[in-house]
Design a binder for this molecule. Structure first.
Ligand code: ZN
Length: 217
C-alpha cells in the first residue's frame, strides 16, 4: 500500500540520497516540513514494510524495493509534467505544482497511455530524466552555469523545477532547455554574470546561474 504521504517520503529520501548519500531524519524533517516525531514514526513504518533501512545516528537508506517505488512516482510526476507542458500548454513554472498532486492518483494505465501519446520521452520539460517503467534512471552529468568559465559557450541541460517564481523569471529572460548561453563576464565579487542568450546580453544573479545546469555546447 502506498498513500500519498508514503510516496512523498520515498521520493524525498530518493532525492536527498542522490545529493548527499545517506539521509538523516533531521534533513527529512526539514525538507518535508514535518516534526521529527512524525518522521520517526513514518521511518519505522517504512522500515517495517521493507522500503528502507534505518541505522540510528547514521540515517536512512532506501532498499531496492523502496527505490523502485520512489522511481515509479518520479516517473509519473515527470510524465505528467510533460503532458501538461506539451499537450495542454501549461507554463513551465506551473507544471511542477500540478504534478505534485497528480502523481499520486495517476493509474498505471494512464501512465502508459501518456507515455505512448508523448512518444516515450526520456526527459521532462525541466530537463530531468524520466525513469523507465522498471526503474532505470539515466543520469546526465553537467555543471552549474556558475561554474562555467568566462568566454565559454554552454547549452542548457536542465533547470531547477521547484521554484515557480524563479522559473517564470528565467523564461522571461529567454533561458530555456537546449538554449545556448555564452558566458561573457563573471562578476567575482557577487558571483553574478553577464551572459548572451540568443544574441542578447543579460545580467543574471548567482541564484539564477546556480539553478541552471549546462554542458559545453
Ligand atoms: Zn517537477
Amino acid at each position: 500500500m502506498a498513500s500519498e504521504q508514503i510516496e512523498n517520503y520515498l521520493k524525498q529520501i530518493y532525492n536527498l540520497q542522490s545529493d548527499e548519500g545517506r539521509v538523516s531524519t533531521s534533513s527529512l524533517s526539514k525538507t518535508l516540513d514535518v516534526t521529527p516525531a512524525s518522521v520517526s514514526e513514518m521511518v519505522k513504518k517504512l522500515a517495517d514494510e521493507g522500503s528502507l533501512t534505518h541505522t540510528p545516528y547514521k540515517g536512512v537508506a532506501l532498499t531496492g524495493e523502496g527505490e523502485l517505488l520512489a522511481l515509479r512516482i518520479i516517473r509519473k510526476h515527470r510524465l505528467w509534467e510533460m503532458f501538461l507542458f506539451n499537450v495542454l500548454h501549461f507554463k513551465l513554472e506551473e507544471i511542477h505544482r500540478e504534478a505534485e498532486r497528480f502523481e499520486h492518483i495517476m493509474s498505471d494505465t494512464m501512465e502508459e497511455k501518456i507515455d505512448e501519446v508523448l512518444g516515450r520521452p526520456t526527459i521532462d520539460p525541466h530537463g530531468h530524466p524520466i525513469p523507465t517503467r522498471d526503474g532505470v534512471m539515466r543520469h546526465v552529468a553537467g555543471l552549474r552555469l556558475t561554474d562555467a568559465a568566462e568566454g565559454a559557450t554552454m547549452r542548457v541541460l536542465r533547470v531547477n523545477d521547484a521554484d515557480a517564481e524563479l522559473l517564470q523569471y528565467m523564461t522571461s529572460i529567454g533561458i530555456a532547455l537546449h538554449m545556448t548561453i555564452v558566458v561573457k563576464q563573471k562578476m567575482n565579487f557577487d558571483n553574478s554574470m553577464r551572459v548572451a542568450i540568443d544574441g542578447r546580453d543579460v545580467n543574471i544573479s548567482s541564484t539564477i546561474a546556480a539553478s541552471v545546469i549546462v554542458e559545453h555546447a
